[in-house]
Design a protein around this ligand. Structure first.
Ligand code: GDP
Ligand code: MG
Length: 623
């Protein structure tokens, strides 16, 4: 708090002054320097935010604390968050003002310039009537101010007037909430003493986000306007007996309209305030308890802020570390920018193409670590091949009820139309039709197997393309272009081959010795069939179908794998063609968003590093 205040009111001894220099200033300076780095874009800093309903006396309190006239008037005067940085300096003649918003800075020479400068800045940020979340920072260095940083927020408006947006109340509440929600913010809730505190929006909003009032401090204003007979209620409120807050309440009296008309100076107003509390039998005990007057409020706020900072530092340091790690990782993922030099740029492009082709090559060789939904591409294809084999086994199963039923029907049929053949001898036509029926059932699943592999390959290749070229829209487009067309062509060829394989399977063929071997195998396995004719046909059929199944279990996947190989080789060659066909400049034009993102990340990384340095230096000086 200010020495002007303290010397006048004698409530600060030299010991406290030393405490100031040792404990208070360094902490407030630390947070101010962090804020100056713009670190609030990345994490929250300890702060005190002033909130209250319209005309509750917020500006008056801030004025009294800062000794500077702020814009006042009717309606919504504060329309952007205003960070009021008050810095106490030793030299009694110094007064320095610095107003900043966006990237603009403006020096102010006297307190009289403040009001217009702030209004000007607000106009630029929020236009004529609206409100904005952009901050205006007003730094004041003077001997008359306490060391304190406060954020003034728009007053809560009930109804929109003039050209104000209809939802102005909601907009303002959203803005206020954004600040008071943060655990690092102390809410200074300004409430006029002459109204029922429970009905104010401000106290409701504050207790909503901080029900026990751990970080809410109530400030009652306008005690001179309290009706006779109501004083005891006000005293009870200040003594924390009405709406209890862990941080409690203070009461202050600022300049009323009449005082302003009378051109009462801020310093004179402080005297008047003290006299007022002294003269009131009701309120004097509050003054004696240190719960009344602006100087006491200043002291309390400074202490609260310092406590808040001290408590926040370890967590802040932790958060900084985490954010920096994340930013570094994000930057790495984004990769370096494209070199400007023509030769280097060409090399860069070739390197990119090599990396991409290598990734494809690894898919081909089943060495890819490219985890597409958690598995290697080849592992996934392999699984499809196994599924295909399992389906063949199932369809060929010797003892399936369908098969036995089929057999029985065939035998009945043979008996009915029996010619010269001996019993149990299968005629060629019947055997063929049984085989064909079986083969026909397999064609559709075979084509589905093809399609499933095709989908796996396409999604993997697309992922690889994205991973390598996402930053370069043109290169991405050129690389993406053939992925589907080539795949279509290769799988078309694969499909034709599979279909022709199925046509070939209509020929009943197996090399003699292989067939006899297989027959030997199946005849060792008992078949549940009563009729010997059935048994005989079943043996032959099983032997033959097992051979067909084995053939298809190998042949169909072989066709697919061959064309996947062909497909990938074509993609790789195409990349070199693209490199020859287009200019590196065009291909490597980076997506504007990516370039911007990288710039942002670099800036953030710098910020976080600098903040980290500041913080560690501070922590070291503490021990
Ligand atoms: P804001 O809208 O919350 O910023 O409120 P202001 O600070 O502009 O105050 C609204 C009106 O209340 C102004 O006319 C002030 O002069 C007046 N006012 C503020 N504090 C006091 C006080 O303690 N006593 C009296 N009588 N008037 C006050
Ligand atoms: Mg105001």
């Amino acid at each position: 708090m200010s020495s002007q205040h303290s010397s006048k009111h004698g409530n600060m001894c030299c010991g406290l002054d030393q405490h100031y220099e040792d404990k208070v200033r360094p902490r407030i300076d630390l947070v101010d320097s962090l804020r100056a780095l713009g670190i609030e874009k990345d994490l929250n800093l300890p702060a005190i935010a002033v909130i209250g309903d319209q005309s509750s006396g917020k500006s008056s309190v801030l004025e009294a604390l800062s000794g500077v006239a702020l814009p006042r008037g009717t309606g919504i005067v504060t329309r952007c968050p205003l960070v009021l940085k008050l810095k106490k300096v030793r030299d009694e003649d110094t007064w320095l003002g610095l107003l900043s918003f966006n990237d603009q800075h403006m020096e102010l020479e006297s307190p009289a310039e403040v009001e217009n400068a702030v209004l000007d800045a607000q106009m630029k940020l929020a236009g004529q009537e609206g409100i904005s979340h952009e901050m205006i920072t007003l730094e004041i260095q003077s001997n008359d101010v306490p060391d304190l940083t406060l954020i003034d927020l728009p007053g809560i408006a009930r109804v929109a007037t003039g050209n104000q947006p209809k939802d102005i109340e909601k907009q303002i509440k959203d803005l206020i909430e954004k600040f008071i929600q943060k655990q690092e913010t102390i809410s200074l809730v300004v409430v006029p003493a002459n109204i029922d505190i429970a009905t104010t929006d401000a106290i409701q909003m504050a207790t909503n986000v901080d029900p026990d009032g751990f970080r809410t401090l109530g400030v009652l204003t306008k005690p001179d306007l309290v009706d006779k007979g109501m004083e005891e209620t006000v005293v009870k409120t200040v003594n924390n007996l009405v709406i209890p807050l862990k941080k409690g309440y203070m009461i202050v009296k600022c300049r009323g309209q009449q005082d302003i008309n009378d051109k009462l100076s801020l310093a004179e107003a402080l005297d008047k305030e003290r006299m007022f509390f002294n003269a009131s039998a009701h309120f004097r005990p509050l003054l004696e308890d240190g719960k009344a007057t602006i100087p006491h409020l200043a002291e309390k706020l400074t202490n609260e802020l310092v406590l808040n900072i001290t408590n926040s530092l370890p967590q802040l340091q932790e958060e900084l570390k985490m954010k920096l790690a994340k930013t570094t990782q994000d930057l790495k993922q984004l990769g370096d920018g494209v070199p400007l030099d023509k030769h280097e740029k060409n090399n860069f492009l070739i390197m990119k193409i090599h990396q991409y082709n290598d990734a494809l090559e690894k898919v081909k060789r089943a060495e890819d670590d490219q985890k597409v939904s958690g598995k290697k591409v080849y592992t996934k294809i392999k699984k499809e091949c196994d599924t295909w084999k399992m389906l063949l086994d199932k369809k060929t199963a010797k003892t399936s009820p369908v098969r036995l039923q089929q057999m029985t029907e065939v035998v009945d049929n043979m008996r009915a139309h029996r010619g010269k053949e001996l019993p149990g001898v299968v005629d060629k036509t019947t055997f063929e039709s049984l085989v064909w029926e079986h083969i026909d059932e397999l064609e559709e699943p075979a084509l589905k197997f093809l399609k499933d592999v095709r989908d796996i390959v396409l999604s993997s290749v697309n992922t690889i393309v994205d991973q390598h070229f996402e930053r370069f829209p043109r290169l991405l487009r050129e690389a993406e272009y053939p992925t589907e067309d080539f795949l279509e062509e290769e799988f078309q060829k694969a499909e034709e081959k599979v279909q022709s394989q199925f046509r070939m399977e209509k020929i009943i063929y197996c090399q003699d010795s292989l067939y006899i071997r297989q027959q030997g195998v199946v005849q060792q396995q008992p078949i549940v069939a009563q009729i010997s004719d059935v048994q005989n046909i079943a043996w032959n059929l099983n032997a033959y179908l097992t051979i067909t199944s084995d053939r298809l279990a190998n042949q169909v996947p072989l066709i697919v794998l061959y064309h996947v190989d062909q497909y990938i080789s074509r993609l790789q060659n195409e990349m070199y063609a693209i490199n020859r066909r287009f200019d590196a400049d065009d291909l490597l034009k980076e997506d504007a968003k990516v370039a911007r993102k990288r710039k942002e990340l670099k800036e953030r990384s710098e910020r976080l590093k600098n903040a980290g340095k500041l913080l560690s230096k501070f922590m070291r000086s503490e021990v």
